[in-house]
Every structure is written in structure tokens, then in C-alpha cells.
Design a protein around this ligand. Structure first.
Ligand SMILES: O=C(O)CCC(=O)C(=O)O
Ligand SMILES: [Fe+2]
Length: 261
């Protein structure tokens, strides 16, 4: 894994060592304060260049263009919520996605490296995390060209791990609002307020390529603003669950990837 990740700076290969423990402690503090943590320079620059050179051309030939109008829940209706409730406001998303079965190589190797799941589990104070059994949803690579965006949503998994491989010239910022809802309280009025652009707790993150980002996506509303300029924003998304064997339904996979697993 040394050729993929900077393990001198981030000692994920030494679970339980004092330096590993210090990193876990720092990540936990960031999660508590900001709902996320970032490890800058996590992937080695030479590896980023090689992965981008290998995979970027595949977007033109093999990717699925995910284009749809959706609400923040990615659902047609939400029980108990009137169809015209402002929390169900519709937005446009358009970007291109390559799925786990199209990415065999360093990205899937990193995803399946047990020490990465062990580290993220420790930061989340969970006994263990598992890669998904879903060959499409487990690891994704997303590309956002000029004008493309991923609009407001909550994730299905409790938290999400991303690693930016290529930054755009402008735009493509990650905007998020931590703890907008909880497992007990959907906070529809708070959601409506955010969607109306009236939430003062909205934050914006602009990351550098190679940064590992972990955020609590299930209850953090988030979006990627439209990219501007000729260089695509390319980011990989890794999804882990507390229980082994998780797969999405065919309907979910068809909605996000245009095909079932
Ligand atoms: O592109 C990003 O930064 C976020 C991706 C994301 O939110 C998702 O795939 O659910
Ligand atoms: Fe997301």
C-alpha cells in the first residue's frame, strides 16, 4: 500500500501504535467539531496522476451519465410530507459515474485494504467496518464537467469517504450542513430552510487532490456546486457499512448507475 498511500505521514499500516492512535484522536476531534475530517496528501501524487491517466478516458466510453431531477431524499414521495412541502423542493443533478466493477486497480485495492476500514471504524468509534458486497456501489469514480453538479442530498450510508483526484479550475465546491437531521428527527422545516438558502450553518469545503475526506453523510445535507472551466472535477467515493454483505436494491442501482448489479 506504500506506493498508493503516504503511510509515512499517515501510519494506517500500524494499527494500535501511538502514532496511529494520535491520528484517530485527531480525526475524532474533527468529527465532533465539524462532522468531518480531512487527511491532506493521503494518496501519493504519482499514484493520483497514474490513476487519472488510466481512468479519465473511460468516462467518455464507459460511464453512466447520472442526470435527474430529484429532491434531497432521492425519493418520489416521503410518507407524512405533503407533495408541495418546501423540504421536497426539486433540484437538477448531472455527472458521470464509473462503478466498482469498472475500477479494478489501485482504487479498489485501497478500498479493500483492511487497515483502511479498521482506521475509519476507529475514528467512528465502531468495532469494525466492512466493504459492500455490491459490485457497483462499493467504490465509485465521479466526474463533473463544466456546468455539472451533484445537488442537495443525504447519503444512504451513515458516513461517506471520498478522495479527490482532480480539482476543477473553479466551482465544484462541497457544501454541507452537519447534523441537519437525526435518526429520530427528520427536521423537515430545517431542511426547507437550508434549501431556501437560509441556513447560517452551511459550510463550504474546497479540498486539494489526494485528500481523504470522511463525513457523516446520512444526516449531513450536502451538494457539489456546478463546476466551471475545462478541467473536470474527479473524485472517488468509498462506502463501508457496519454489517458485512450490504447491497443496494436493483432499483437504487438502476437510478444511480443505469444498471443492476
Ligand atoms: O463529489 C463529492 O464530493 C461528493 C459525492 C457524494 O456526495 C456522493 O457520492 O454521495
Ligand atoms: Fe453524498
Amino acid at each position: 500500500m506504500h506506493h498508493i498511500l503516504d503511510l509515512d505521514r499517515y501510519p494506517l499500516d500500524r494499527p494500535g501504535s501511538p502514532e496511529w492512535q494520535a491520528l484517530v484522536t485527531r480525526a475524532r476531534a474533527d468529527l465532533a467539531a465539524n462532522g468531518m475530517f480531512n487527511l491532506e496528501g493521503f494518496m501519493r501524487p504519482e499514484m493520483i496522476a497514474s490513476v487519472v491517466a488510466d481512468l479519465a478516458p473511460k468516462f467518455d466510453t464507459e460511464s453512466f451519465t447520472h442526470a435527474r431531477r430529484h429532491n434531497i431524499y432521492f425519493k418520489k414521495d416521503v410518507p407524512g410530507l405533503a407533495p408541495d412541502h418546501p423540504a421536497l423542493r426539486q433540484f437538477e443533478t448531472c455527472n458521470r459515474t464509473l462503478c466498482g466493477d469498472q475500477l479494478e486497480g489501485p482504487l479498489t485495492e485501497m478500498y479493500r485494504w483492511p487497515e483502511l476500514a479498521t482506521f475509519i471504524a476507529a475514528t467512528m468509534e465502531k468495532p469494525q467496518l466492512h466493504p459492500m458486497a455490491d459490485p457497483l456501489a462499493c467504490v465509485n469514480l465521479m466526474s463533473y464537467n463544466d456546468g455539472q453538479a451533484l445537488n442537495w442530498h443525504f447519503d444512504r450510508s451513515e458516513f461517506t469517504t471520498t478522495l479527490l483526484l482532480q480539482a476543477p479550475e473553479a466551482g465544484g465546491e462541497f457544501e454541507y450542513r452537519s447534523d441537519l437531521r437525526s435518526d429520530d428527527d427528520p427536521n423537515y422545516d430545517g431542511v426547507a430552510k437550508l434549501l431556501a438558502g437560509e441556513d447560517p450553518k452551511l459550510h463550504r469545503l474546497s479540498v486539494t487532490p489526494g485528500t481523504l475526506n470522511v463525513f457523516k453523510g446520512k444526516n449531513t445535507a450536502h451538494r457539489v456546486t456546478p463546476v466551471k472551466g475545462g478541467r473536470a472535477r474527479i473524485i472517488t467515493v468509498l462506502t463501508y457499512y457496519e454489517r458485512p454483505g450490504v447491497r443496494f436494491t436493483d432499483e437504487e442501482n438502476i437510478g444511480f448507475y443505469g444498471r443492476a448489479a
